[in-house]
Write a protein that binds this ligand. Structure first.
Ligand code: SF4
Length: 302
């Protein structure tokens, strides 16, 4: 039976749908002010320059996507894709960028060594969506495998920190992806996995229909709160009091810090390369200080 709450809407009664994604909901949870900057203020306030760890994450994700288009699905081909598509943005200098490019090439090659290139995934960077109540969830799954007749949601991680099994279990994003796959493919989908490319560690969790339904309901509850805040913004604009800043360690990483006087009180801002962990050893991984770090991506938008 499909998880409760993943049902469609009544025909002929189109509701006003709230467009949600895991990153949007997490932005609202982490800091409503940041959510307002990112999703409501128009024009969107300029973000700071992309950080190096996001460049690394994007380059690795892109290589792992494009590898499936290659006739020669070899680890060397994966490494070449990283090199060709390297994103030289946010690093301290050229030497640091080159070092991380080499490191990322090696990590991708090692990861691909353990992969069967002859087994085509069901989906690669597949966009998925479903409607539940008055919320429309969308997301992009890094890879959707089929193993032993079962669909498995795979999410790549490139952070320094190796994810835990608990993160796979508690991740709202992974649960929403599984629920969306269930809905779109009309196939029960329980298995979710985090693949940490730098270490090759894979952690997984097997949901139940109840645990998926719980995550869907949790997401809907956050969406409901965000919808109320959106309505207040429509009424009051930037003067709305529904977007209080949540001042804390994340402010040192926030892309919108330049527009946020409260957040600037927490300082100093981390450098663009701090999350690489090379010369700010005390700087925690930004994903480790998020309100719900199981949800935080490698800085990639969904
Ligand atoms: S600087 Fe801090 S308080 Fe301000 S928007 Fe960013 S996370 Fe929120």
């Amino acid at each position: 039976m499909a998880p409760e709450g993943v049902q469609g809407t009544f025909p002929g009664m189109p509701p006003s749908l709230y467009a949600a994604s895991a990153s949007k909901l997490n932005a609202f949870l982490d800091c409503p002010r940041r959510y307002r900057f990112a999703y409501l203020d128009r024009p969107t306030p300029p973000k700071r320059t992309q950080r190096a760890h996001t460049s690394v994450g994007n380059a690795v994700h892109n290589a792992l996507r494009d590898w499936w288009d290659r006739a020669d699905r070899t680890p060397q081909a994966g490494a070449a894709l990283v090199r060709e598509g390297w994103i030289d943005v946010g690093f301290r200098d050229g030497a640091q960028s080159a070092r991380w490019r080499d490191r990322s090439e090696a990590a991708v090659a090692a990861y691909l060594t353990g992969l069967d290139g002859g087994r085509q995934p069901v989906g690669i960077e597949r966009t998925v969506a479903f409607v539940s109540g008055t919320v429309r969830f969308t997301g992009r799954i890094d890879r959707l495998d089929e193993r032993d007749g079962e669909l498995v949601v795979v999410d790549y991680k490139t952070s320094r920190r190796v994810p835990s099994v608990d993160e796979a279990r508690s991740s709202m994003a992974l649960a929403l992806y599984a629920a969306a796959v269930w809905k779109m493919f009309r196939r029960p989908t329980y298995a979710v996995e985090l693949h940490h490319v730098p270490s090759g560690v894979v952690v997984g969790h097997r949901h139940t229909s109840e645990s998926l339904a719980r995550q869907v309901e949790r997401a809907k509850s956050i969406a409901q709160e965000a919808r109320r805040a959106d309505a207040d913004y429509a009424r009051a604009g930037a003067a709305s009091e529904a977007f209080a800043p949540v001042v804390g360690p994340l402010c040192r990483w926030c892309d919108f810090r330049a527009h946020c006087p409260e957040g600037q009180q927490v300082g100093p801002e981390h450098s663009g390369w701090a999350a690489l962990g090379e010369d700010e050893p005390g700087a925690p991984d930004p994903r480790a200080v998020a309100a719900d770090d199981g949800e935080v991506s490698d800085g990639r938008d969904e």
